[in-house]
Design a protein around this ligand. Structure first.
Ligand code: TGC
Ligand code: FAD
Length: 388
């Protein structure tokens, strides 16, 4: 009996035929259309402008939403598998899809009026429109409850002022989900903000040594006026955190794609690379690395599969999502670092994927809750004591 190295525990067979079909079509697109170019995009620091529509055309945006809004009514697991396939190419490309689907389309679908849903969701699904999610600020990242951005109600409108930092797709977006504290109640409120409103501007952050094939920006809101109807129907930080729960779920699947790409690259490389008269693959220490890498990917795949099914049963408790995000990102980083090492000097060039994935994954370990934040979420769940 032979075992498929890329599906060591036959996790694939646990997914439905529909889920695998969606996964396979995204895989074909990513490997033929993105993989050959993504190293150059990363090096040049660009996210090509046509990618949004191309992701839309293959149905990768908002796939879990109903068809009336441009989605496919697919399972959460299908969404996770899409993230994994896209992150096989690059975490920055998956970030675009995560933000568009989980951080922009999700809150509009969950909390916005019917009129806003009809106005934005189909165009976000097709990629005609790009969205961003503004929660983090220069002085409020892990602790978003300490945000400085403020809103105040004036008649039938809200006036929003503040600065958001590290915002994926920020300077490409036509629509931003912005979180601000209400002057009256002190509660966090969310808004759908059209980015062409007076007082709104965005500046791209160009100094990144990670996630270079992704646009990251600072948003400035200077007395931006939006109709009260643009307010999301949720009060408190839980509105923003509920969106993070969706995106973190996708990341738990997605990072396995980056890990798989590094593993595939490293196994191919060591098979051919001669050292001391033999292929690198014949050395015990090299095989030990490969065995550890395979173990991490296999365990992560089982964890992601189970999380998907729990989510489909409505049991995606935030602490469960934290465990999977934290652990699968750790695994992926470990695999990427080992792959980079096994490639020797070649491992530091972008002609291979390992260092690009490794550097991207440093961001993934930081955004959507740092490794430490998720450790403390789990610590709080275990002990009942808040150690933040
Ligand atoms: P805390 O008191 O714990 O919670 C406030 C309220 O929110 C509820 N809640 C959640 N609800 C849904 N999902 C979650 N994950 C939730 N976590 C908490 C909670 O039940 C409570 O509800 P209620 O009804 O009692 O009011 O809030 P805290 O201020 O103590 O903060 C907790 C902490 C630190 C875990 C949280 O603030 C946190 O997660 N910090 C990390 C911030 C973060 O992850 N930012 C990400 C920004 S977006 C981004 O990075 C996008 S990257 C691009 C990409 O995704 O690809
Ligand atoms: P800090 O919160 O200042 O953390 C610094 C260090 O302190 C970390 O090691 C952290 O783990 C540690 N720390 C924090 N709290 C504690 C504690 N209680 N005890 C011990 N240690 C602690 N945000 C958005 O809103 N939208 C986006 O689209 C978005 N995209 C991003 C894209 C990129 C490329 C990056 C890098 C970030 C993005 N972010 C986005 C922001 C991201 O979510 C934050 O960077 C992240 O939440 C961490 O916040 P911070 O950078 O302010 O770090």
């Amino acid at each position: 009996m032979s075992i498929a190295i890329n599906d060591f525990y036959e996790v694939d067979a646990l997914y439905s035929q529909d889920e695998r079909m969606i996964r396979d079509s995204v895989r074909e697109f990513v490997r033929s259309e993105m993989l050959p170019h993504v190293g150059d995009w990363w090096l040049e620091g660009v996210f090509p402008t046509d990618l949004a529509r191309r992701f839309g055309a293959i149905g990768a945006l908002g796939v879990t939403l109903p068809e009336e809004y441009g989605g496919a009514g697919a399972s959460y697991s299908a969404y996770g598998l899409i993230c994994r396939e896209i992150e096989y190419a690059d975490s920055g490309l998956r970030s675009f899809v995560s933000v568009q689907s989980s951080l922009v389309m999700y809150p509009i679908h969950a909390y916005a009026s019917d009129a806003l849903k009809r106005e934005w969701l189909p165009r976000l699904a097709s990629g005609e429109v790009v969205g961003c999610f503004g929660l983090t600020e220069p002085d409020a990242g892990s602790d978003p409850g300490s945000m400085s951005t403020r809103c105040r109600k004036v008649g039938d409108e809200y006036v929003i002022t503040g600065v958001k930092r590290w915002i994926t797709s920020g300077s490409r977006a036509q629509v931003a989900i912005v979180w601000a504290k209400d002057d009256d109640s002190g509660k966090v409120l969310g808004f759908v903000v059209e980015t062409d409103r007076d007082g709104f501007s965005a500046v791209e952050i160009k100094t990144k040594a990670s996630m270079r094939a992704s646009v990251t920006s600072e948003l400035y809101l200077d007395e931006v006026v939006v109709p009260a109807a643009n307010r999301l129907d949720v009060v408190g930080l839980k509105g923003a955190l509920s969106c993070l729960n969706q995106a973190r779920f996708g990341i738990a699947f997605g990072v396995l794609g980056a890990a798989q790409a590094c593993f595939d690259e490293a196994t191919a490389y060591v098979a051919d690379r001669p050292v001391f008269g033999q292929p690198l693959a014949s050395k015990q220490i090299v095989q030990s690395h490969l065995a550890d890498m395979l173990s991490e990917i296999t365990k992560g795949s089982l964890l992601a599969y189970r999380l998907g099914r729990l989510k489909e049963e409505g049991k995606d408790h935030p602490a469960r999502v934290s465990l999977a995000k934290r652990d699968n990102v750790r695994s992926a980083l470990d695999v990427a670092r080992r792959a980079r090492d096994l490639l020797g000097g070649n491992g530091i060039t972008t002609e291979y994927g390992a260092i690009r994935h490794m550097l991207n994954l440093e961001t993934v370990a930081t955004y959507e809750g740092t490794d430490t934040v998720h450790t403390l979420v789990l610590g709080r769940e275990i002990t009942g004591l808040n150690a933040f």
